[in-house]
Design a protein around this ligand. Structure first.
Ligand code: CMP
Length: 148
């Protein structure tokens, strides 16, 4: 499997719950390397643009309101099959349907306050990564990880 990049967002509920470290730790321990990280309070225009594919959905207004209600943590994660792996680590969009041991099962409140966002395809990952991160803000480094 090829090395991929994917966009991850810790949503306002995740930041508010004080679990930034625990979320990042799950990615790192499961082979997804953060290569860009930034905390940001999204503007309404930024959130609307980011979620433009959902514009016609009934939850769009609430989604934008929630995503601009507090700071988020934007990250680029890199690794083998990173897009699918990130989705596996996050769990299903609706935390009620999320598998045991996933971020959403363990931390999310409901389908809106579902703690994390992750790109849903390799194609969308490219668009989403470049939406928030110019190439110059993405780092390359080698892992020399601790055994434990
Ligand atoms: P996310 O992966 O960020 O992509 C779109 C978001 O819309 C999704 O996670 C949910 O948090 C949110 N959302 C709110 N209501 C719904 C719904 N009924 N179906 C799907 N997504 C929803």
């Amino acid at each position: 499997m090829a090395s991929e990049r994917t966009l991850s967002i810790i949503k306002p509920d995740g930041v508010e719950k004080g679990i930034i470290g625990r979320v990042v730790s799950r990615f790192e321990t499961q082979g997804l390397k953060p290569i860009a990280i930034r905390m940001k309070l999204l503007s309404r225009t930024e959130a609307e643009g980011f979620y433009a594919v959902h514009k016609a959905r009934p939850f769009f207004g609430d989604l934008v309101k929630f995503m601009t209600s507090g700071p988020v943590v934007l990250m680029v994660l890199e690794g083998e099959g990173a897009v699918a792996k990130n989705r596996e680590i996050m769990g299903a969009t609706d935390p009620k349907k999320a598998a045991e041991g996933t971020i959403r099962k363990d931390f999310a409140t409901d389908i809106e306050k579902n703690t994390v966002h992750g790109s849903d395809s390799v194609e969308n990952a490219k668009v989403e990564v470049s939406y928030f991160f110019p190439e110059i803000d993405i780092q390359q480094y080698e892992w020399k990880k601790l055994a434990k």
